[in-house]
Design a protein around this ligand. Structure first.
Ligand code: HEC
Length: 108
């Protein structure tokens, strides 16, 4: 029940189309930490080995971060990035990158 109330409040608090996460809250961390590799908008990686994140589906981003954090998806660099993130930070970061313009898929 509590969870439902929290989700309802989050939906009201954000005008974005995403059910979870606050893109504005994710922006600061994205630009100060993740930008070093993925670029400030997640669409301009600083090297070809860093994937684009901008415009990726929210669910995909949140899942990838949770799996790096748990170790289900193994990558030495991203494990170190994801481990200190809280569940809320993961949701906010996923919302931020999902809201950026990118070319990963065609929006319908
Ligand atoms: C030092 C460079 C570096 C930094 C800093 C970094 N990443 Fe990454 N990121 C990578 C690399 C390399 C990969 C590809 C890993 C793999 O093959 O699984 C990746 C992959 C990802 C993926 C999966 C993309 C996909 O298409 O599957 C997500 C999501 C992601 N990073 C989010 C973040 C977030 C959020 C931050 C900041 C908290 C961050 N990264 C900081 C290097 C970095």
């Amino acid at each position: 029940m509590k969870k439902i109330v929290v989700i309802a409040v989050l939906c009201l608090a954000t005008s974005s189309a995403f059910a979870k996460g606050n893109a504005a809250a994710g922006e600061a961390k994205a630009k100060s930490v993740c930008a070093a590799c993925h670029g400030p908008d997640g669409n301009t990686p600083t090297s070809a080995e860093f994937p684009r994140l901008a415009g990726q589906y929210y669910d995909y981003l949140a899942r990838a971060l949770n799996e790096y954090k748990s170790g289900a998806r193994k990558n030495a660099v991203m494990a170190g990035q994801a481990q200190p993130l809280t569940a809320k930070e993961i949701e906010d970061l996923a919302a931020y990158y999902a809201a950026q313009k990118g070319s990963l898929y065609t929006k319908r």
